[in-house]
Design a protein around this ligand. Structure first.
Ligand SMILES: [Fe+2]
Ligand SMILES: [Fe+2]
Length: 293
């Protein structure tokens, strides 16, 4: 049972931002006119959130009673705040997904496979495996956020602002809570082989379901045989893998902690512009208030 590094504990629980996205009736599944393949891949990722994140939440919640407050003061509170933040994510994605599945009813079959897969893990894997999955899931989310942050202009320029802001807000909060599931896993288990197996499972499920969701949309929009779409998707996939796979490998090394990984530069600054009174955050491409930097 590991103690918590004071640098982690000092950060305190992550904040809950009650952001609610209001989706206009004309929101389209192809919300990126110049990067439709990217929009399809993002939609497929979004589709998994109401299944993957509740599983991750349940995994962390299942071990809350095993956290020793004398050994890890504050960790249980951090874990509860993390759970609240994650719950906000998948609720917002679910509302967006409802719009996407109206246009792409075939995605409902993919959703059922996702639901079955995460339900199976929840019922048939150990609590230690599940919390290791949560820690690995977060490592992947952090690496994805870092890649998206540095490529956000290339990826999102010209897109409908609201879906772009949803994805970027979610990823920004993934950066913010990058330590929590790892700390919980390290406290209640800490077996790096189990972590590696669980994280690899998480990654393969992510890739498989994004692939299924993407080809389902490309088929319906008749882009399935478009070579430019596939060239771009393959290019993004390779670049994404070059960011994510090394981060995953590093996080499995003995002595590693997520705090050792440099945060992306823009997302933490952007989150500071959240307005708690209105429950809104500026659009991702709005100018940054440099007085806050
Ligand atoms: Fe999340
Ligand atoms: Fe997360």
């Amino acid at each position: 049972m590991a103690t918590i590094d004071p640098r982690t504990a000092d950060a305190g629980p992550v904040p809950l931002r009650n952001i609610r996205f209001e989706w206009p009736d004309d929101t389209r599944a192809v919300w990126h006119p110049t990067r439709p393949g990217f929009a399809a891949a993002c939609n497929a990722l979004s589709l998994g959130m109401p299944y993957g994140e509740p599983y991750v939440i349940a995994s962390v919640r299942s071990v809350l009673g095993d956290i020793d407050p004398d050994v890890a003061p504050g960790l249980a509170d951090e874990a509860r705040a993390y759970i609240d933040q994650e719950r906000g994510h998948y609720r917002q994605h679910r509302r967006f997904n409802d719009l996407v599945t109206v246009e792409h009813p075939g995605l409902r079959r993919v959703e059922r496979w996702m639901a079955t897969s995460y339900r199976w893990l929840r019922r048939h894997r150990s609590r230690k495996f599940n919390v290791a999955f949560a820690a690995g899931f977060e490592a992947i989310a952090f690496a994805a956020a870092r890649w998206i942050d540095s490529n956000r202009r290339e990826l999102f320029a010209g897109a409908d602002t609201l879906p772009a802001t949803l994805f970027l807000w979610h990823l920004a909060e993934e950066v913010e809570h990058k330590n929590v599931a790892f700390d919980v896993w390290e406290h209640v288990d800490g077996n790096r082989f189990r972590y590696l197996a669980a994280m690899s499972t998480s990654f393969l499920m992510l890739v498989w379901f994004i692939f299924l969701g993407t080809i389902t949309q490309l088929w319906r929009t008749r882009r399935i045989f478009n070579p430019i779409t596939w060239f771009r998707l393959t290019s993004w996939g390779i670049r994404f893998a070059f960011e994510v796979l090394p981060v995953m490998a590093v996080t499995a090394l003995p002595g590693h902690h997520p705090r050792d990984l440099a945060d992306p530069s823009w997302m933490p600054i952007w989150l500071r512009d959240y307005d708690p009174e209105s429950g809104t955050i500026p659009a991702w491409d709005a100018p940054i208030d440099i007085s806050r930097v």
